[in-house]
Design a protein around this ligand. Sequence first.
Ligand SMILES: Cc1cc2nc3c(=O)[nH]c(=O)nc-3n(C[C@H](O)[C@H](O)[C@H](O)COP(=O)(O)OP(=O)(O)OC[C@H]3O[C@@H](n4cnc5c(N)ncnc54)[C@H](O)[C@@H]3O)c2cc1C
Length: 772
Amino acid sequence: MAKKKMWGGREFWGFGSEHDPDWILTEKQKKIQADLIEVCRVKIRPQAIICDRKYEFPRESLNALAEIGLLGLLVPEELGGLGENHVCCSMVCETLARYGCPSTAMVYTMHIGAVANLLFRHHNSRRIKELLSRLDKDKLVGTLSYSDPVTGGHFWFPMSSKVQYVDKETIQLLKFGSWCTSAGNADWYVVQTISPDYGGDYSNLSCFLIYKDEVRANTDDWQALGMHGNMSGPLVIEGKFNLDRMIGPPGDGRMSNDETVDPYFLICTASVWNGISLACLDVAKMHVTRKTHADMGMRVCDYPTIQDYFGDCTADTNSSRAFTFMMCQALDTNTNNNDWSLYTDLKFQARAQLFHWLFQTKFIAAKNVSTVSDTMLHACGGTGYKIELGLERLLRDAKAGWVMGPSNEVIRQIVGKFVLLGPESIDFWDQHPNERMIHHELQKMNLSEKKKLVKALLEDVQAEERGAEAKHPFQETDFENPFNTCPPAVNDQVIKTNDGVNHAPALKPDQWVPLTLQSNKLVSEKMGAFVFSLPNKTDHSGCLPGQYVAAKVTVQGKEHLRYFSPVSCPDDFGHIDLVLRFETQGVMSCYFKTLRPGDKVDFQGPCGGFEYEANQLDELTLLASGGGVTPAVQLIRSILTNNQDKTKITLLYFSENYNEILFREELDQYAESEKRLRLVYTLGEAPENWDGEEGFIDTHMIARHIAKPNGIRHKIVMCGGPSMSMSCLHSLRSLGFPSSCIFIYGQCGSELVKAVYGKNVQLATHRCDNVV
Ligand SMILES: Cc1cc2nc3c(=O)[nH]c(=O)nc-3n(C[C@H](O)[C@H](O)[C@H](O)COP(=O)(O)OP(=O)(O)OC[C@H]3O[C@@H](n4cnc5c(N)ncnc54)[C@H](O)[C@@H]3O)c2cc1C
């Protein structure tokens, strides 16, 4: 007779202990589980409802986990952890999702993946050992920033990242992350980027340890169907770091994926989906065994249909659990019960050979939870649809299982390919051409199409054969300004105006100049405008239109740097104007929020950007999104205030909604009075009777508003995030615009151009000419 399962002082309402495969747990693990269930009962389960309702990060629940040592579950005992194995880890994730909170369980999953990544290469790192030994004591939650805005669910492909050595001890790093669980809330991050010497090979990966105050993120942007406590959001990491932040040697990222992040993520996430399935079954059992239909004299559970539902879902859920636990046991066997000392041999691999099995655990568990949560809703009827029962929340949380990377479609592809074509066919980094497909597609072409293709291919071959010399050497070395063919130009001239006044340059490219805040105000809910006085009322900024500047602040003894494209023109004498999108997590953003008129901030510039010169172009197209419109505004102001400048401008500007269009009144006025400006707004959420465009900038929209390439001097300048740039690049290419006319603000611009146009293409320059 199985032991009665208790929930505090009363019998547990769900499935009894006879359905728990306790025989796989050690006595120590059974105690861990019992302690965890109690913490779930007292703290985490009530908190789950609050986190869901208020979109709150489950910090209190995570603190409760730290109090019973679970943040250091995998950390060896000599470093102060519990030194536990894969089976235990799976049990903890399942238990947490089942009895406590799915959002917390998912945050914990990402924490475990990040801890495993550190343990993999902790042996020679004082920094890592120190962090691992403090996880529970100081309640330090970690997470994984792998997903990239332009590669979606292919989280192993960090295309919007960049790394370079500054000197023997310092590394410069840029990472645009997307979908990072706990973004802005975690205390530390394991971040995957390309390696410093990646040379175009995206399988050459490295990982870095980054702390909370080094991340820019918005903690209040997360709105989703479920997992409301998850706070999965975009983040930016940018700066110079000591080399000891690199986890393992350069290029170790691929191995750490195979050995730590993938296996742990897959078994933990499978366990979370299994836990949610069990939670749905528990709640539904409680309801159907209590609810009676007076007319029939039967409880809901007495109907054979309902018994059939439960039989089906129980068998499938237990199959999924058995599969996950079996794979955990296999991992424990291969790693000598999770002995991290095996990895002092940098070549040692124990988990990678099981990867196809591990992918299947996630697939089965995510597929099952989707069916189980739906079926249990059907079993509970209208009561299940209401919030009170708790099933509705579980159902929403469960839906994340299928779509979270690797999504179930992606896994099916991977497993199917492996089975049919062998592991080498999987080609995670898109490196091996499918010759069968190429030959088939070629047969569809007529002679002239073939000739066109041959010509393009030959040009590509010639460019590749010319090698590095074809590219401008400066473009290869400038981290910040990938389109630059020479250092940024500096407008260091004294300008004499008609009134006889001399205007000297205020900023220097290599020296910090303190500027005083003259005024600041909110321009939208999340955007602030700041006017800084230049040292003299007559000063010009020292930049060219389109260039950006750097601001530096010191917070708690640490310097922080951020780049800004001013919206004022270089010859707006006596001041520079900035617009900043406030982030909830980000030292600079928080610092700027506290600034009051009279405060000083150090500036330096110009630091780079597009260098506009009047009448060098016939047309300038500006594709902008959200707060990224700032360089476009500066360029428009500079051009339209110069009556001698004949350049025509088109601004195609995406904004989430009408109220968030920045500088709308001014832009509208320009558009009304100026033939040189064509203004097109496109809105994510359009008001009634809106006659502008709707939705993201796409191929049809570009075709409608921008003249096809026709031999004129035309530059297309993009200012938005990586995903906007990527999608516009695809559109521009399909419309026949050459890569050499496209300039993108942001450090990853050239990588994005190469990803769309090919690695040997001619890049635009940072000037109005198109000559590389
Ligand atoms: C709650 C939640 C938490 C997350 N937490 C993290 C985190 O902590 N860290 C992190 O790095 N990421 C995290 N992610 C991100 C996740 O791993 C994926 O990157 C993300 O879900 C991808 O979303 P997308 O819109 O870009 O989908 P896309 O990748 O654009 O997918 C769209 C559709 O295309 C399909 N598809 C994509 N590729 C293929 C293919 N090759 N073959 C067939 N079909 C394909 C997909 O299955 C899907 O149906 C999280 C996601 C969620 C939902």
